[in-house]
Design a protein around this ligand. Structure first.
Ligand SMILES: Nc1ncnc2c1ncn2[C@@H]1O[C@H](COP(=O)(O)OP(=O)(O)OP(=O)(O)O)[C@@H](O)[C@H]1O
Length: 250
């Protein structure tokens, strides 16, 4: 049975409670002297927390910018929300399907044609053949790859590959939209199309997580900011306040 909220706020669509993710850097590289003298005593494990004590709730329809310098845990946080990574500590509860516009070309097969990849990728994300048939023309129009539809995907330029992948994934119905730096790849005209598409999805009530190093993109779409530093949630609040703090600390 669904929990009734007594706070007047809608139940969170995402609830992250004290999440920690630990990674292993693997074997420490031995110095030349150690290697020669064989003084190293086997693999020294070197694990670290890519995320630690991260907690926040997200209401349906919120648009959140995830901010932080390189290597501070932003992509790791998105992977926890997508469910591809299980936390070592704490819990992430996600109450709706996620449309991941991250690492979007990952599911595409180089030797298949664009047409075949559309059916494969959309099918893997849970769309039925009938649904794909109905959206096929829109996907191809958006990606502007008509002439190359029956060419192998590996012959596409990297910009064309991202266009097609964005076009397919942005047709998914998941109420939660995760967007990583994919938008940095396309040319300006295509980026503008992607922005408009994200606007449409937000207007339709989707919840957005946007990871970006571009303040303009963050301010365009997001009202709330999560600032990660050293794997910890340094700030969570109105986007402009969080960007100010980030600028001071950078
Ligand atoms: N599978 C993995 N195994 C080991 N270490 C990892 C793995 N994935 C990420 N890391 C490390 O975890 C830390 C956080 O990485 P993450 O990709 O989440 O950072 P980020 O904030 O998204 O960075 P960027 O802005 O550069 O994309 C980094 O030190 C990274 O090297």
């Amino acid at each position: 049975m669904a929990t009734t909220s007594l706070t007047g706020l809608p139940d969170p669509i995402i609830s992250v409670k004290d999440v920690g993710v630990q990674f292993d850097r693997g074997r420490r590289s031995a110095g030349l002297r150690q290697m020669i003298l064989r003084r190293d005593r086997g693999p020294a494990r070197d694990s670290f927390w890519a995320l630690r004590h991260v907690s926040f709730d997200v209401s349906p329809g919120e648009a959140i910018g995830v901010i932080g310098r390189n290597g501070q845990g932003k992509s790791t946080l998105l992977k926890v929300v997508t469910g591809v990574l299980l936390p070592d500590e704490g819990r992430a509860t996600v109450r709706a399907d996620v449309s991941p516009l991250i690492e979007i070309t990952g599911g595409f097969v180089p030797d298949l044609t664009g047409r075949e990849n559309i059916y494969l990728a959309a099918g893997l994300h849970g769309m039925s053949r009938k649904e794909i048939d109905a959206r096929f023309d829109e996907i191809v129009d958006f990606a502007e790859i008509h002439k190359f539809l029956d060419s192998p995907y590996r012959h596409y330029s990297s910009g064309m590959q991202v266009r097609l992948a964005f076009s397919v994934v942005s047709q998914l119905e998941g109420p939660i939209l995760l967007v990583d730096e994919v938008l940095a790849v396309g040319d300006k005209a295509f980026r503008d199309k992607c922005y408009n598409r994200i606007d449409e999805l937000l207007a339709a009530g989707r919840t957005l997580f946007l990871v970006s190093h571009n303040n303009g993109d963050l301010q365009r779409f997001c009202t709330r900011g999560l600032y990660l530093r050293g794997g910890e949630l340094r700030a969570d609040g109105p986007l402009d306040d969080v960007l100010d703090l980030y600028a001071k600390e950078r």
